[in-house]
Ligand binder design. Structure first.
Ligand SMILES: [Mn+2]
Length: 321
């Protein structure tokens, strides 16, 4: 792929803003900070970085993450020369920051979601790449841009988290080639692992233990689910970060085909996080105006938890499991 346009536009822009998606994950945050370090190192420019919602504390070790701004820190009347969205599959994923994107003189969209429609001026969408971090690695290599240690640590985190630590089938030879180079640059595999996977709070582990202990199973244990009420969150002083990985733990049971967690949100709504080994849960979630990937998707149903769970189970049971 030819990235000359992208190179020219970054080099000719005086002020640049990089935006990550709502409910940020390791890929969008690692890609944003990785791109920041790369532009700083190769173009001697300090881009602004914007997160439209809270950054999970496990990513606070990433170099440059303390420079990330929230929307209230940015003058929204400002017109940037260039706005770059990273890992943002659709414009509504940057919420109110859309105003900055729309006003920018130039826009770029760097992503790996197959569903990305190419909504920017320049679009670099590689559906076969494991992560946006891997797409950025490819861009930097193709352009002959240097990748310094700060950038490498960010890109490694992006790739690591989006591949489920190189376990998902998006892990390709190219992915591991990129990772191999990042390690050669000096990324510490064990430090990154500890920062991301061994930094859980006691609250999170005990809260998840409680939620798992009350899980319910149907259809010879092929369906596994649990419920999370506001009172459960309060009991363990849990926040949204404590939900991370909970549904995967139910899917990890040998008999599970479909797993979900139903969480009570604001009055009368229930939010579903679904994971599957076989069934297309994106399709099930689309019945309730949600979406995602085939084996990982989510949706919200306007009903109290018990009723919402009943409707979800009805929908799952209509399918061959
Ligand atoms: Mn991603």
């Amino acid at each position: 792929m030819d990235y000359t346009n992208l190179n020219d536009i970054i080099k000719s822009s005086k002020n640049i803003l990089i935006i990550s998606h709502v409910n940020p994950d390791g890929d969008t945050i690692g890609s944003m900070t990785g791109l920041y370090h790369s532009i700083l190192d190769n173009c001697k420019k300090k881009a602004d970085m914007l997160a439209v919602s809270k950054i999970p504390s496990i990513f606070m070790f990433l170099p440059g993450v303390n420079l990330i701004k929230q929307l209230e820190d940015i003058d929204t009347s400002r017109v940037y020369d260039l706005v770059i969205n990273v890992d943002v599959a659709a414009p509504d994923r940057i919420c109110d920051a859309g105003i900055l994107f729309e006003k920018a003189k130039n826009t770029v969209n760097i992503d790996h979601h197959k569903t990305n429609t190419g909504y920017a001026g320049i679009n670099v969408i590689k559906g076969e790449a494991s992560s946006t971090g891997e797409v950025l690695f490819d861009i930097f290599k193709s352009l002959g841009w240097r990748i310094n240690l700060d950038c490498a640590r960010c890109l490694y985190t992006a790739i690591l988290t989006d591949t489920g630590s190189f376990r998902f089938d998006n892990t390709k030879p190219e992915t591991l080639q990129a990772v191999s180079e990042l390690i050669k640059i000096g990324v510490s595999v064990t430090d990154t692992y500890k920062n991301i996977y061994e930094s859980n709070s006691k609250n999170l582990v005990q809260f998840q233990g409680y939620c798992l202990s009350k899980a319910k199973f149907l259809k010879n244990d092929k369906i596994a689910y649990t419920t999370v009420y506001k009172k459960d969150m309060e009991k363990f002083n849990a926040n949204d970060e404590c939900m991370e990985g909970l549904t995967e733990k139910l899917r990890a049971i040998v008999t599970t085909e479909v797993a979900f967690v139903a969480k009570e949100t604001k009055a009368g709504y229930t939010k579903f996080s679904m994971r599957s080994k076989t069934v297309d849960v994106a399709e099930i979630c689309s019945v309730f105006q949600g979406g995602g990937h085939k084996f990982a998707a989510g949706c919200t149903i306007k009903a109290p938890v018990e009723e919402a769970v009943r409707r979800m189970l009805d929908e799952i049971l209509k399918r061959e499991i």
